[in-house]
Design a binder for this molecule. Structure first.
Ligand code: AMP
Length: 141
């Protein structure tokens, strides 16, 4: 019986666990680092998705990546925040899953990533699945 339950759990589709785009804090690739740092600080997240004007996913930007970009030899060069674009600093090498991907297919990704981005067949960003949502579901299971 327990086995049957876990089968159901692992069959859950990403689209059914997703935080949709409208509720995901994000920045655009052409925004500067000052804006990104503002969104990151205000949202309280350390990493958020980077999209373009058509809502296509380009990567992730994080506070550590921004700090590294403005770290000089002797000081943090905050004045650089304005002139560097998010697309110059973001991490482009990120896992992407489809809305119909099942937990069985992407659970392993949540070991190394606190959240996974969902992209549809047309390449548009739809939302994220977070480790918290999955663990919350598991504890209720
Ligand atoms: P959580 O599992 O809720 O702690 O979320 C893990 C990570 O997912 C956070 O640190 C953020 O990087 C990202 N995240 C969660 N919720 C959102 C959201 N609404 N908007 C943007 N990023 C989010």
């Amino acid at each position: 019986m327990k086995f049957l339950h876990s089968e159901k759990f692992l069959d859950m589709k990403a689209e059914n666990l997703m935080i949709p785009l409208e509720r995901v804090a994000h920045v655009q690739s052409k925004n500067n680092l000052e804006h990104a740092l503002l969104v990151l600080t205000k949202s309280g997240y350390t990493a958020i998705p980077v999209l373009d004007y058509h809502d296509r996913l380009h990567g992730l930007i994080s506070t550590p990546l921004i700090m590294e970009a403005i770290l000089g030899l002797e000081r943090i060069e905050f004045e650089k925040l304005e002139s560097i674009l998010v697309e110059e600093v973001m991490n482009k090498n990120i896992p992407r899953i489809r809305p119909e991907s099942t937990l069985h297919q992407y659970l392993h990704l949540l070991v190394d990533h606190p959240f996974i981005c969902i992209e549809n067949d047309a390449g548009f960003f739809e939302g994220i699945v977070t480790r918290r949502v999955v663990l919350d579901l598991l504890t209720k299971h």
